[in-house]
Write a protein that binds this ligand. Structure first.
Ligand code: UT7
Length: 375
């Protein structure tokens, strides 16, 4: 018994931006970007919100007829059409929520009529979908054996979404980062099964990013009428975030004329962290499931840089063919990266009934983790 994936889907914005297009913004070129990252194009949300992308990906995962929601275009696989009112839980992983109240999960619930679901958002950066899947699996498992469990109180089906619009927090003048990112959404439906094993092991981790290698201080502040000594209608000076800036080490960048709200990254140190974190997370789920690399049919990694995936493959001693590569036309889409690659693997028939699959990711936080499941 276990939590089994019964549907998955993805949605990308219409506007595709090629490497050559970025030469109009920064000093870069197709050769540098494609050879250093494996990225050729990415999709940027010009007309779409994160919510419309997420709802389209989720509808595809549920196997819903999308004639009414043709935009944004979505692709999906599902074992059977899934009744929206049978979803008990919606988890929405994102670092770029369109809104904070209500949660994005609550709004997808409204958009798709997931009437009985409870809903919440999760931020674990690019590992968000893996965290979400693990939380969903834990809630499904716990509710089966909870004291007094009944068919009314058991949580049987969860919708886990990973969606990001990194273009909102990208510094389009910084060639070190702007060539890497894209927008998109992916989703999966997991169901508790009394027969199949489904998710066999998961592993989550959070290392302190003490050197601030990957940060984004995306606060929007309402001016407030309080001074240190009392109420003052003219006061809107707010020093409350200066401590946060110091914590994230962004004072200097802002003083040098940069923006406060964008992603800042030390690419080389994240590269190093990522390659080690990926191999470690894969080894952990193998150990926890009692399986070996020989039992694994497919690895679906976070699509941040093809070179990181190659490095991890080499370190693990696995052929690159065992890895799902979806980065070429998406770039790094953070929380959406793993579920979109998962949808690619199902939609192309790359993974089949009985296969053992590992999902693995790393990201800001510094988060990392993996899930090993049987299709
Ligand atoms: O989701 C998780 C978050 N992020 C990641 O996983 C990213 C991890 N890091 C990486 O993928 C790689 O470190 C990058 C793709 C970001 C950079 O690749 P790299 O091979 O580590 O390049 P580098 O940072 O060492 O830079 C090499 C050179 C530098 O020039 P100099 O100092 O050697 O003259 C850069 O200024 O490449 C230059 N450079 C560029 N040149 C053309 C940096 N960005 C660009 C660019 N176009 N876009």
């Amino acid at each position: 018994m276990g939590a089994v994936i019964i549907g998955c889907g993805k949605a990308l914005p219409d506007r595709e931006v090629a490497n050559d297009d970025l030469q109009a913004l920064v000093d870069t070129n197709d050769e540098w970007i494609s050879s250093r990252t494996g990225i050729f194009t990415r999709h940027i949300a010009v007309a779409e919100s994160g919510l419309t992308l997420a709802a389209a990906a989720a509808a595809a995962a549920l196997g819903l007829d999308q004639r009414d929601t043709l935009k944004p275009a979505a692709q999906g696989w599902s074992a059977q059409p899934i009744d929206p009112s049978s979803i008990d839980l919606v988890l929405f992983a994102t670092v770029t929520p369109d809104v904070v109240v209500p949660s994005c999960a609550a709004l997808v619930k409204r958009m798709l009529g997931l009437d009985r679901a409870v809903a919440m958002d999760i931020n674990a950066a690019c590992t968000g979908f893996i965290y979400g899947l693990t939380v969903a699996e834990s809630m499904l498992a716990a509710s089966q054996s909870a004291p007094g469990a009944s068919s009314r109180t058991r949580c049987r089906r969860a919708l886990v979404i990973g969606c990001d619009r990194l273009s909102r927090v990208t510094d389009w003048n910084d060639r070190n980062t702007c060539v890497l990112f894209g927008d998109g959404a992916g989703a999966a439906v997991v169901e508790w099964s009394d027969e199949k094993p489904g998710i066999r092991a998961s592993y989550l981790r959070n290392d302190d990013d003490e050197k601030n290698a990957l940060t984004c201080a995306n606060f929007i502040e309402a001016p407030q009428p309080f001074s240190p000594v009392g109420v003052d209608p003219a006061a809107c000076e707010d020093a409350s975030l200066s401590g946060v800036d110091a914590l994230l080490g962004i004072d200097e960048a802002v003083a040098a004329g940069g923006m406060r709200q964008v992603i800042r990254m030390d690419g080389r140190s994240i590269f190093k962290f990522a390659s080690n974190a990926m191999t470690h997370a894969v080894e952990e789920v193998l150990e926890r499931s009692g399986l070996t690399l020989d039992d694994i049919d497919c690895v679906i990694p976070h699509q941040a840089n093809e070179r990181i995936i190659k490095f991890a493959a080499k370190k693990l001693g696995l052929d690159l063919d065992a890895f799902q590569l979806s980065i070429a036309n998406t770039g790094n889409t953070s929380s959406a990266s793993v579920p979109m690659a998962l949808a690619d693997a199902y939609c192309t028939g790359r993974v089949k009934e009985g296969d053992n699959v590992v999902l693995v990711a790393f990201g800001g936080g510094l988060t990392s983790g993996a899930v090993l499941f049987q299709v």
